[in-house]
Design a binder for this molecule. Structure first.
Ligand code: PGA
Length: 260
């Protein structure tokens, strides 16, 4: 079976002042430099801080934005584009986090357009999918996730696997984060079994859309109340290739504790 390097991304959401962000980022870089970790590590910081944080970058942490527009430039007040991020040497962006879906009108179509624009720039893209509690309880989990994936992939405007994988097959540009909405910021994580079932389903959908070989390369991260004391349960599942960590990524020592 193909070995996928684990990827752990901290999502700082709309937290921290610039000085705290810089100090915390520097601390993460320095702790990781001593750790010689096997996994790849990313931080999705508020876009306002990215330019400053790149000054302290190293090859142990990759910087991500939390959102990015589908056009490279234009009259889109308040937005930032993949072109701008690339120009600042930012690796990529999260796409369609559930908070953006719930509060900022993100749809599967706009998610797809964002995804396509990032991939066209050769940037890493983490498409977030996941069901609400009501959808899970009504047996709609697979339908919801399948629609989120299929529509986003279609609206990306890209079809060929290599556009999603990029030039380094060991580190594909496209990843998926499975984040059940009921587990985000609630302290109620999915069980490892629930995560593995959803991830296995997502990989099957990816195989149907692309092909088995491509699906085996794509990383599927779990997100939702991941903490130092439960992360290993998730990472030991065969189809869980990493984690997207919110609250527990805010304190550098907690975050680095989760990296191995
Ligand atoms: P949480 O957030 O770890 O605080 O639940 C995860 C996320 O929103 O990506």
């Amino acid at each position: 079976m193909l070995k996928r390097t684990k990827l752990i991304i901290g999502n700082w959401k709309m937290f921290k002042a610039l000085s705290t962000a810089v100090n915390d980022y520097k601390e993460i870089v320095s702790l990781l430099a001593k750790k010689n970790a096997e996994c790849s590590v990313g931080i999705a910081a508020p876009s306002l801080f990215l330019s400053e944080l790149t000054k302290y970058s190293s090859n142990v942490v990759t910087l991500f934005a939390q959102n990015s527009h589908w056009e490279n430039e234009g009259a889109f007040t308040g937005e930032i584009s993949p072109f701008m991020l690339k120009d600042m040497r930012i690796a990529g962006s999260l796409v369609a986090h559930s908070e953006r879906r719930q509060m900022f009108g993100e749809t599967n179509q706009t998610a797809g357009k964002r995804l396509g624009a990032l991939l066209k720039q050769g940037m890493q893209s983490v498409l977030c999918v996941g069901e609400s509690l009501g959808e899970r309880e009504n047996g709609k989990l697979q339908k919801v996730i399948s629609t989120q994936l299929q529509v986003a992939l279609k609206f990306s405007g890209l079809r060929n696997s290599y556009e999603f994988i990029g030039s380094n097959p060991d580190f594909p540009l496209f990843s998926v984060a499975y984040e059940p909405v009921w587990a985000i910021g609630t302290g109620r994580a999915a069980s490892a079994k629930e995560a593995q079932e959803a991830h296995q389903f997502i990989r099957r959908e990816l195989a149907a859309y692309f092909n088995e070989d491509t699906a085996q390369k794509i990383k599927i991260l779990y997100g939702g109340s991941v903490k130092p004391n439960n992360i290993q349960n998730f990472l030991s599942c065969p189809d869980v290739d990493g984690a997207l960590v919110g609250g527990a990524s805010l304190k550098p020592s907690d975050f680095v504790e989760m990296i191995f």
